[in-house]
Design a protein around this ligand. Structure first.
Ligand code: PLP
Length: 400
């Protein structure tokens, strides 16, 4: 059976060039990057080369890159590390609690740490977004208090692709001298990133979203930013993150970062054109389909479609049986019946949140893949609807 992968926001395949770069570090070049002998030094050089590559992707300095076990750890390190290191700002009264500002559409890797902060006595404000999933920068500014020590707003939403106005938020953060973290896991490799233009102090990325391996990520920490460590231990630790470095993974991330930087200018418009063609095809072939987040600036690859009177989980399963991989809600919440918090945050009523499916395209999506998807999806939607009594009633009412 033909298989078409339209779930690049969940993860990407490792690029062949990345695999090739990693392979020597599993067997022949197996040294510990902290060892002073030749085995170790070869690995140290490879890790530092990868640090340069990641820094280049972000417009940062190599000394500002901390390798982590992925986007989740990068987000946790940014949030717990910054809040723990921050003194209560001058002007806040004694006994006042530290305060964090974030949004209602963050990935679980930011949302859950914020909820944990609340359990630990930190106050958190979750600023709502509009129907496109975009937060108003002035609302973020309005949520700032004297005790605010951190703002965390994602750059690109994993479910909708919506881009958040982080640059504008950075201006407010700078005026108030508050640290700004942005989760750029879904932005890296899809839009150009430059930490100096964005203006964030902390920025998270993950290798497996940019055709690198799973279990590796990086946090950009602007020089001079105070961050307490999450982990304590030996080895490495020169960048505040102890533990023997995952040399093959880091090398893979470096290669993936190089490819992402080189392919962005050509790849993004190609993928955007495919995505737009996909959406036009869907709108033309399937009655009542809507695009969630369509009116906001979006990453070029993401299409979140609402199919009224279709159960999203059922559609994902039915399409999987036809070889098409897509997702209902965030990948990490698949399998649960809870609707996605992002879809409810943009104001979708429950039935609509349960009828939304994310298709995400990528580097290896072809015209033929798209033609197959456009062929297969409309009849599957039609069949699922025909099994839904509400749809049948709606169709009868329409005819009458
Ligand atoms: N942040 C966002 C926006 C994501 O989409 C993801 C993964 O889906 C993460 C963080 C977590 O990254 P990782 O899977 O590398 O832990």
């Amino acid at each position: 059976m033909r298989r078409v992968y339209l779930d690049y926001n969940a993860t990407t395949p490792v690029a062949p060039e990345v695999l090739e770069a990693m392979l020597p570090f599993f067997a022949g070049d197996y040294g510990n990057a902290s060892s002073i002998h030749a085995f170790g030094q070869k690995c140290r050089a490879a890790v530092e080369g990868a640090r340069d590559s990641v820094a280049k992707l972000l417009g940062a300095r190599a000394s500002e890159i901390v390798f982590t076990s992925g986007g989740t750890e990068a987000d946790n390190l940014a949030i717990f590390g910054a809040v723990s290191a921050a003194p209560l700002p001058a002007g806040s009264s004694a006994g006042e609690r530290k305060h964090v500002v974030t949004t209602t559409v963050e990935h679980a890797a930011v949302k859950s740490p914020c909820e944990e902060l609340e359990r630990r006595g930190v106050e958190v404000t979750y600023v709502p977004v509009n129907r496109e999933g975009r937060v108003c920068p002035e609302k973020i500014a309005g949520a700032i208090r004297p005790e605010t020590v951190l703002i965390s707003v994602m750059l690109a939403n994993n479910e909708l692709g919506t881009l958040e106005p982080v640059e504008r938020i950075a201006q407010f953060a700078a005026e108030k001298k508050i640290l700004l973290h942005t989760d750029a896991v879904q932005a890296a490799g899809k839009i150009a990133l430059d930490v100096n233009r964005i203006g964030a102090h902390l920025l998270s990325i993950s290798a497996h979203k940019i055709y690198g391996p799973k279990g590796v990520g990086a946090l950009y920490v602007r020089e001079g930013t105070q961050l307490d460590p999450l982990l304590f231990g030996g080895h490495g630790g020169r960048d505040g993150r102890p533990g023997t470095e995952n040399v093959p993974g880091i090398v893979g991330m470096g290669k993936a970062a190089d490819l992402a930087r080189m392919q962005l200018a050509e790849g993004s418009p190609r993928i955007a054109a495919l995505r737009d063609r996909f959406e036009r095809g869907m709108l033309a072939a399937i009655p009542l389909v809507r695009i969630n987040g369509c009116c906001a600036p979006r990453t070029p690859n993401t299409s979140n479609l609402l199919f009224p009177h279709v159960e999203a989980e059922a559609l994902v399963i039915a399409l999987d049986l036809k070889g098409i991989a897509c997702s209902a809600g965030a990948a990490c919440s698949s399998g649960t019946v809870e609707p996605s918090h992002v879809l409810t945050a943009i104001g979708l009523p429950m039935p609509d949140a349960h009828a939304s499916v994310r298709f995400s395209l990528g580097r290896y999506t072809t015209d033929d893949d798209l033609a197959y998807a456009l062929d297969v999806i409309p009849p599957v939607v039609q069949r699922l609807r025909s099994l839904n009594p509400q749809w049948r009633d709606a169709a009868v009412a329409e005819k009458a």
